[in-house]
Design a protein around this ligand. Structure first.
Ligand SMILES: Nc1ncnc2c1ncn2[C@@H]1O[C@H](COP(=O)(O)OP(=O)(O)OP(=O)(O)O)[C@@H](O)[C@H]1O
Length: 335
């Protein structure tokens, strides 16, 4: 199956056919029609390889459709086809260069991009374990790895570190779309934050309710999200991780209650019996730490931005919780 034929990458295919040579470097030369890579060692395939790859739709998101593409040489990548890119080509290239320069072990690296008038593609590492959302809310039948405290707290810490890194790039740098489907997992359940930097490339989402459960109350323009709004979304994500409930859960919405308010409506003494995910309780051996992480989720999702902690503090608190729940003989060296 060919990506271009099956999913209509025809504009990219046409561009590829006209490339002809690799020379030149400015926007009007052949390079403008090529797959542009970030980093040095990663230039192992080109646009034609990508167009020949067999592809499968992973899902439709706010910014476009994501595909899993298996290249002929066996490399697997995730390709995001952006829709509604409203900014100019120059602005797009400038912004995407910034995104591509972000480098942290808890971010999904952007490997390459393709820009033409009709087609904008982003190429990421493919994360074979999928998203936190799928793991939390997908099939809970037998055969799956117990989704215990150790794994969940490690995911919370990794995601917090990724967001903290983004925030450390400047006071105006934020993610803008923190949610469980944007936390992807490696084989060893390390968390990687994806989709950063995309909200400034595309127009307003056509489906605003997708992020409803995660969006901070003060956010009116999804294109203008502050770091404190990211902290709110991360707080909701922590509550989701511990309760196993999706923030836009039908039952919660019927009562007009969002996840943070639902958790707060239950007295602390009843958290263990009423709030925590039953699957988490089954492997429970860290009740005090679970309660503290839930409290952190509540603190992060405070109504007023000034009452929310900074991501650096959030990371520090999760790191402490992870350390205190480890057996004495397996405590890691402080970083
Ligand atoms: N690099 C990747 N590796 C594996 N799966 C991915 C990758 N990127 C995205 N996905 C998965 O593909 C699906 C669609 O992703 P996409 O980011 O387009 O939409 P979303 O996360 O559902 O929403 P949004 O666009 O608002 O972030 C999701 O299930 C996501 O977890």
């Amino acid at each position: 199956m060919v990506v271009g034929m099956k999913y209509g990458y025809s504009a990219a295919a046409a561009a590829a056919a006209t490339v002809g040579n690799d020379k030149g470097g400015d926007l009007n030369s052949g390079d403008a029609k090529k797959l542009m890579f970030f980093g040095k060692a990663s230039r192992v395939f080109d646009l034609e390889d990508l167009l020949r790859a067999s592809a499968e739709v992973l899902g439709k998101g706010t910014f476009g459709t994501a595909y899993k593409a298996v290249l002929e040489m066996g490399t697997v990548v995730a390709v995001k086809r952006l829709r509604d890119v409203t900014i100019s080509e120059r602005e797009f290239r400038e912004k995407i260069e910034t995104v591509g320069s972000m480098d942290h072990e808890n971010l999904v690296p952007l490997r390459a991009y393709y820009y033409s008038r009709d087609e904008k593609l982003l190429v990421y590492d493919y994360m074979s374990m999928g998203s936190l959302s799928a793991l939390l809310h997908g099939n809970r039948g037998g055969g799956r790895t117990p989704f215990n405290w150790e794994i969940r707290s490690c995911i919370a810490l990794g995601a917090a570190r990724g967001i903290e890194y983004l925030h450390s790039q400047g006071p105006n740098v934020s993610h803008g779309n923190i949610k469980s489907s944007n936390i992807l997992l490696t084989q060893s359940y390390d968390a990687r934050v994806s989709d950063f930097g995309l909200s400034c490339l595309v127009g307003p989402p056509s489906t605003p309710n997708r992020v409803a459960g995660y969006r901070a109350p003060e956010v009116t323009d999804p294109g203008k999200v502050s770091q404190k709004a990211d902290v709110y979304s991360f707080g909701v994500l922590l509550l989701e991780l511990l309760t196993g409930k999706p923030p836009a859960h039908a039952l919660l919405n019927e009562e007009g209650v969002d996840l943070p308010r639902w958790v707060q409506s239950i007295v602390r003494e009843e958290w263990t019996s009423e709030v925590f995910d039953l699957e988490l309780l089954r492997y429970q051996n860290a009740e005090e730490e679970m309660v503290q992480l839930l409290q952190l989720g509540i603190d992060c999702s405070a109504q007023f931005p000034d009452n929310r902690p900074a991501m650096s503090e959030v990371t520090r608190r999760i790191d402490e919780l992870c350390r205190s729940s480890l057996p004495e003989d397996s405590q890691p060296e402080p970083q």
